[in-house]
Design a protein around this ligand. Structure first.
Ligand code: 13P
Ligand code: SF4
Length: 319
């Protein structure tokens, strides 16, 4: 089938099966365009909590599908490619987190949503990049906190809130590889451009940013800000929605350190920083999983019940 036939079939199947298609901003443009809803991690979880669909197809990575399944245990949650993982989530194993907690009995655990269900099950409250500041600010000032797994986000929250959370030593390989040299070069080239950065970026890069926020927050800032040029330091998929929302504005991606890719056997300069896990999902795989109801996310009942509590707490504390 060609792309148009795939799109027609997906449109037929989603009505027939009462399915909703959700996509993260880092998905390839075709998937963002066919989705009923495109959002950041928090918005995807909130949307899952209120959908009436029988099937949720989550075009994103595994932990996003797992979060939707924990919130909606009676629904079928499918992901187009089961191997769409997350290097950050993988850096924190439940048994290691349990050990960390055992050695800090007075601390509570605040976990970034980029974690497995088993890690969430050990967590007191989950946060996303959208609500981490708001939630940490609601916790008693004298409450010691273990925060994981993203050290850059944790450092950023510590710097804004003046807290001293203990941080897990994890990072997203995509956000860690932005080139500071290239960013400085772009700032010279576009002196009026505002720099937008995701809090998973390294401290040195965040210090050069005019606005730090989740993918949704960066998009809203670009729409609302009077400026016309933006240098963007997050996965380059977000540029699709930014450009759609503001066709008259200029969005320039910050290249990664190793900014060359092999094209036809030749090393070719590349300015995009893509998450290879997010990019595993394709239109064909979306069609296949919807048609066959395959790639279903299943979570052990006991883990899901435990993991639901810190997710619900997050949803309440972000209101
Ligand atoms: P957001 O919650 O900002 O969409 O980020 C998710 C993510 O995986 C960032 O790398
Ligand atoms: Fe995980 Fe980084 Fe990919 Fe986000 S961009 S899904 S944090 S590997």
């Amino acid at each position: 089938m060609n792309d148009q036939q795939l799109i027609d079939e997906i449109n037929r199947l989603r009505i027939e099966k009462n399915a909703v298609i959700m996509a993260h901003y880092y998905q390839q443009p075709q998937l963002q365009d066919i989705a009923d809803f495109v959002g950041d991690s928090l918005a995807l979880a909130q949307q899952a909590a209120k959908t009436n669909a029988d099937i949720i197809v989550l075009c994103g990575v595994h932990f996003m599908g797992e979060t939707a399944k924990i919130i909606c245990p009676d629904k079928k949650v499918l992901v187009p490619d089961m191997s769409a993982g997350c290097s950050l989530a993988d850096s924190c194993k439940a048994e290691d987190l349990a050990e960390w907690k055992r050695s800090h009995p007075n601390h509570i655990i605040v976990s970034y949503v980029n974690t497995s269900a088993a890690v969430k099950a050990l967590t007191d409250v989950v946060v996303t990049s959208s609500n981490a500041l708001k939630i940490v600010n609601q916790l008693p000032q004298n409450q010691p906190i273990l925060f994981g797994p993203d050290q850059n986000l944790g450092n950023y929250i510590n710097s804004i809130t003046g807290r001293n959370m203990d941080l897990w030593n994890g990072a997203c390989h995509v956000h860690s590889r932005f080139s500071v040299q290239q960013l400085l070069q772009l700032k010279k080239q576009y002196p009026n451009a505002k720099v937008l950065a995701h809090p998973e970026c390294k401290k040195i890069l965040l210090e050069l940013a005019d606005h730090v926020g989740s993918t949704q927050a960066l998009l809203s800032y670009a729409k609302e800000c009077g400026e016309n040029e933006f240098i963007v330091a997050t996965e380059s998929g977000i540029l699709h929605k930014m450009q759609q929302a503001c066709p008259e504005k200029l969005f320039i991606p910050v290249p990664p350190e190793a900014s060359e890719v092999m094209v036809d056997g030749k090393l070719t300069p590349c300015s995009c920083n893509e998450c290879e896990y997010m990019r595993l999902n394709t239109l064909q795989k979306l069609y296949d999983c919807l048609k066959n109801e395959s790639n279903e996310i299943l979570v052990d009942n006991q883990i899901a019940n435990q993991a639901l509590k810190p997710i619900q707490k997050m949803l309440e504390m972000s209101k």
